[in-house]
Design a protein around this ligand. Structure first.
Ligand code: HEM
Ligand code: NAG
Ligand code: NAG
Length: 507
């Protein structure tokens, strides 16, 4: 009070300006100290850092980080984004250091900039140690060969329904209307997840609200985290809550059916069957097995599955289009094993296992264009990463899965599915470079299911459709949304390639 009455406004202004200047200088100094000997810009714009460059053109922003990391001996580079110091990691073995040290006092997965606010704390990716392990153990029954084989029929029925719809839309336009596959494939994947995860427990109405809510969530996940009514972020939070509640109801219904000894027909059933069995044996209910928590975990599944799968399906179409010899080998292999025109029904599990080349193609799509190009983590403490560099507490680190895909493998810049065949086995030989599904304790739980989905889609789409990419200027450029997609959303001319639909009564 006394202070302010002594100093008039005109006198205070210079003090405020110098205080502000001091803060800005401290910000720069703190950046330079944290950066140490890493390559990176010497001066960063105050407060927002290089966020504008990142938002304007993420691809070239990350390419520059990668190029800087390449010329440095350590395989690291630094930058500054909205008050956060960041370290980009190009070297595969250094990325392993991050993935292998996810624990309370080292690295925490970020998932989404406002993830905890958006999803709530009960989220697989924010769990650690024994607690996390116990949930991962609970999830194992969801991805056994038997469970996966149940899903393959469900997946195919959804793929067929969508492909048939695409055909029909095409016949209206005489096969001459270009379609951007991005939204179509997103819809296909959302319906697949719904059906595979909780299918029988959702009626038509629930399915529709589910779609609307998932879209609200998507819009909000791109928005600023302002949690008041009518703002996208608040809408998204409420949508997530409704979705998780719906999924919790499904968990309850599934428990009742499994307790009555019925056969599992979707993912939640395999999960609840194990839990119900444990309770029946007289043991207490396992931790995190209440309906609400299960609903929350199922939402994580949905979120984790959706964008990554959409990305991989789109790149598969784009790459098959630009590599005609690969496409014709896929078609040859599939035709030898499965042919709807000879009266075959759905692809059986044995037939799927026989499609070795198609599986190599799927693996190569994921290597060549890993959907999540980086897996950001935050350092909870200082972490000594190399002899000469310690990651300061609070740093966001970006291990680049994308860069690892182009290290080790023979001629890594070639799209070459044969690298995964039984002679070359590069999936074993260069296992440590295949980081598209992450590594160590938090490695993708859905990876086998995700690869099956990609193989099934490639087999069915290339057998049932003729497609030609409408190539526009730089259509193969990588855009971040935030998993990667071809810039044009994969725009194709599409037409029907087979005269008959698979015989669904023969399975
Ligand atoms: C091509 C498709 C997919 C890709 C590229 C992908 C990639 C990833 C990556 C990079 C991670 C982080 C791993 C780590 O931190 O080590 C992850 C985690 C996860 N993924 Fe996937 N994923 C895909 C599909 C799926 C599907 C279909 C599901 C669900 C069935 C799924 C469920 C999850 C879950 C639940 C986690 C968190 C695991 C944990 O924190 O313990 N993902 N995924
Ligand atoms: C694997 O691919 C290579 C060509 O890259 C080929 O020479 C070899 O015969 C293939 N092996 C199998 C089992 O197909
Ligand atoms: C479809 O399969 C069923 C059962 O195998 C068979 O009876 C029927 O004739 C088949 N239909 C066609 C059109 O092939």
């Amino acid at each position: 009070m006394i202070f302010s009455s002594f100093i008039s406004a005109s006198l205070a202004a210079p003090y405020m300006v110098s205080a502000l200047l001091l803060l800005l200088i401290l910000e720069q100094l703190s950046y330079l100290v944290k950066k140490g000997n890493l390559p990176g810009p010497l001066f960063v714009p105050p407060i927002i850092g290089n966020a504008i460059a990142l938002v304007r053109d993420p691809t070239s922003f990350w390419n520059k980080q990668s190029a800087m990391a390449r010329i440095s001996t350590g395989g690291l580079s630094a930058n500054y984004l909205i008050g956060k110091f960041i370290v980009y990691i190009r070297d595969t073995e250094l990325s392993h250091q991050i993935f292998s040290n996810v624990r309370p006092d080292a690295f925490h997965l970020v998932g989404h900039p406002f993830g905890k606010k958006l999803f709530g704390d009960h989220n697989l990716i924010y769990m650690f140690g024994e607690d996390h392990k116990s949930v991962r153990r609970q999830l194992a029954p969801n991805f056994t060969p038997k469970a996966l084989s149940t899903y393959t029929s469900l997946q195919q029925l959804v793929i067929l329904r969508h492909v048939r719809r695409w055909w029909e839309e095409e016949s209206f336009s005489g096969g001459s209307r270009p379609v951007s596959l991005r939204n179509l494939v997103r819809e296909l994947n959302l319906e697949t997840s719904q059906t595979v995860f909780v299918g029988p427990y959702l009626d038509e109405e629930a399915r529709n609200t589910f779609r609307t809510d998932y879209n609200l969530f998507n819009l909000g996940s791109m928005a600023l985290p302002i949690d008041i009514p009518w703002f996208a972020f608040g809408e998204a939070r409420r949508a997530v809550k409704r979705l998780a509640d719906t999924l919790a109801v499904c968990a309850g219904k599934s428990k009742a059916r499994m307790a009555a000894g019925e056969e599992p027909t979707c993912l939640i059933d395999f999960w609840m069957q194990a839990i119900v069995a444990e309770i029946k044996s007289g043991d207490p209910a396992p931790p995190h097995s209440g309906d609400e928590e299960i609903g929350g975990f199922l939402f994580d599944f949905l979120f984790a599955a959706q964008d990554a799968s959409t990305s991989s399906l789109l790149w598969a179409v784009a790459l098959l289009d630009s590599e005609p010899s690969v496409l014709s080998r896929v078609r040859e292999e599939v035709a030898r094993i499965w042919s709807p025109e000879s009266g075959d029904g759905l692809i059986t599990v044995d037939q799927l296992a026989e499609m070795k080349y198609t599986r190599s193609v799927a693996r190569e799509v994921v290597r060549f264009r890993p959907p999540a190009t980086m897996v950001p983590h935050v350092a909870a403490e200082n972490f000594r990463l190399t002899e000469s560099y310690t990651i300061p507490k609070g740093t966001i680190v970006f291990p680049s899965v994308f860069d690892s895909s182009f290290q080790g493998f023979t001629e890594p810049d070639r799209f070459d599915p044969d690298r995964f065949n039984e002679t070359r086995r590069e999936n074993e030989v260069f296992k440590r470079n295949f980081l598209a599904f992450g590594w160590a304790s938090h490695q993708c739980v859905g990876q086998r299911y995700a690869l099956n989905h990609l193989v099934l889609f490639i087999a069915m789409f290339s057998t049932m459709c003729d497609f030609k990419r409408l190539r526009s200027d730089r259509c193969d450029d990588i855009v971040y949304c935030p998993t990667i997609a071809p810039k044009d959303g994969c725009t194709v001319l599409l037409s029907r390639r087979v005269a008959t639909y698979p015989n669904l009564s023969s399975n």
